[in-house]
Design a binder for this molecule. Structure first.
Ligand SMILES: [Zn+2]
Ligand SMILES: [Zn+2]
Length: 440
């Protein structure tokens, strides 16, 4: 089915705020923002059927991943076998309900909801575009679309998979570990989820249920600083500007947030500072306790890294070091720098001294840094998942057992808070006040 749309389809770029007039896009092509090069929408061939096929395969793999043994562990004649659900359960029994819940939610529940919703929406999208859906059906789909995009950043199947591999190498020196059949289906599941995520096109999906509405007075080349419109964060519909506190999007009926630099920066700073506070106990307290022959020994993140290094597992030691120490630190420092830059670009009077292309280039490189930071942030979860798997797997009473330490929860809080902070931050703040209009 061709991608049918109004000829005059204005869309506001979510990254830089520029209003762009989308041309008709053919299969296999994509539209990018002329200012920041962000992909606005892409059209692939036979979107519905391909997606539905992937979704079905995904769900089958998920069910198989839950039914059979995931990993098994053998030491000194004792053995232990776990299923995927068992890992979350084990954390709950060791007074770490929150960690267990985190694992259960980000690795099983949210991906399952996401994939099912995705399949349902793509199946409905075909009907909606031929107008087979009534008003109620459309409202239902709009609500599900909103749910879909709220869940999206919190899917961690790929991070969990890397966590499994790391924990595998971590205990390989202590005991014999073997993978169950569910492990292999989980690998396929993780790959399929990543594939589905890369195929979802927000703009296309919204367009199938409710077409982009034209707002009079807004034209291509305007941006968030022009002050004549408000762009919806959820569906990218351009809405007329309003001073009213409670305004809702014309298309998805979500509450609109006016462009408010100081308010946005305050929230982002608050979340970032909270994460920095949690980072201190995360490093000082033990991440996990290893009980071996009745002797209990705690190890912090850094001790874990050095121990692995001494044992000769250099690559794994490096992975943990990068994921647990370099990434969170780099993320916190980069966000601090970006937020102070954003503040500067909103107030700086010297803006006029810089030429237009110069300040645009500067904003573009800041935006690139922001995107990279946002992308790599979730990988810090690796160490949390490693602890979760080890706790679930290594439970051989007095011979050998691993328990989560207090740092695990603090560290999870660091990762979640930095992710929230980066998500809250409005990247449009990185654009200088002076660049008001762009040639179309
Ligand atoms: Zn843009
Ligand atoms: Zn909307």
């Amino acid at each position: 089915m061709p991608f049918e749309r109004n000829l005059n389809s204005l869309i506001a770029c979510e990254e830089c705020g520029l209003v762009v007039n989308l041309p008709i896009i053919h299969h296999g092509h994509k539209a990018v923002c002329p200012r920041c090069k962000h992909t606005l929408t892409k059209v692939s061939k036979d979107q519905y059927r391909t997606m539905i096929a992937y979704v079905i395969a995904c769900l089958i793999m998920l069910v198989l991943s839950l039914c059979f043994p995931f990993m098994s562990f053998n030491a000194q004649g004792l053995s232990q076998e776990i299923k995927l659900l068992h890992a979350a359960q084990m954390l709950t029994t060791h007074q770490n309900t929150l960690l267990g819940l985190l694992l259960f939610t980000t690795v099983i529940v949210l991906p399952a909801i996401y994939i099912t919703t995705l399949g349902y929406l793509y199946a409905k999208a075909g009907k909606a575009s031929t107008r087979e859906l009534d008003g109620n059906g459309i409202r239902h789909c709009i609500m599900l679309c909103r749910v879909l995009f709220y869940i999206q950043p919190w899917l961690m199947v790929d991070v969990f998979l890397v966590g499994v591999l790391v924990s595998l190498i971590k205990i390989a020196s202590l005991a014999e570990v073997s993978m169950g059949s569910s492990f292999w289906t989980f690998c396929v599941f993780a790959l399929l989820v990543v594939k589905c995520l890369s195929m979802v096109d927000k703009f296309w999906l919204w367009e199938q249920f409710v077409q982009n509405k034209t707002v009079i007075g807004v034209s291509a080349g305007d941006c968030h600083q022009t002050g004549n419109h408000q762009a919806c964060h959820t569906c990218h519909q351009i809405n007329p500007s309003s001073t009213d506190q409670d305004t809702y999007c014309l298309r998805c009926h979500n509450k609109l947030h006016a462009y408010n630099p100081s308010d946005n920066l305050q929230k982002s700073w608050a979340l970032l500072i909270a994460s920095i506070i949690f980072y201190i106990p995360a490093n000082l307290y033990p991440m996990m306790y290893t009980v071996s022959l009745g002797k209990s020994e705690g190890s912090t993140i850094m001790e874990g890294v050095t121990l692995l290094w001494q044992l000769g597992s250099y690559p794994v030691s490096m992975v943990i070091f990068i994921a647990s120490i370099v990434i969170p630190m780099a993320k916190m420092l980069t966000l601090t720098w970006l937020y102070s830059q954003a503040k500067k670009s909103q107030t700086e009077k010297s803006q006029a001294q810089k030429s237009e292309p110069e300040s645009l280039n500067e904003s573009l490189s800041k935006l690139k840094i922001y995107r990279i930071t946002e992308f790599i942030g979730r990988w810090s979860m690796i160490d949390i998942f490693v602890v979760a798997i080890l706790v679930a797997l290594v439970q051989l009473q007095n011979v050998m057992a691993i328990y989560p330490g207090p740092a695990a929860l603090s560290f999870a809080a660091v990762v979640i808070l930095t992710m929230l902070s980066a998500m809250t931050f409005d990247s449009r703040l990185l654009w200088p006040v002076s660049s008001r209009r762009m040639p179309n």
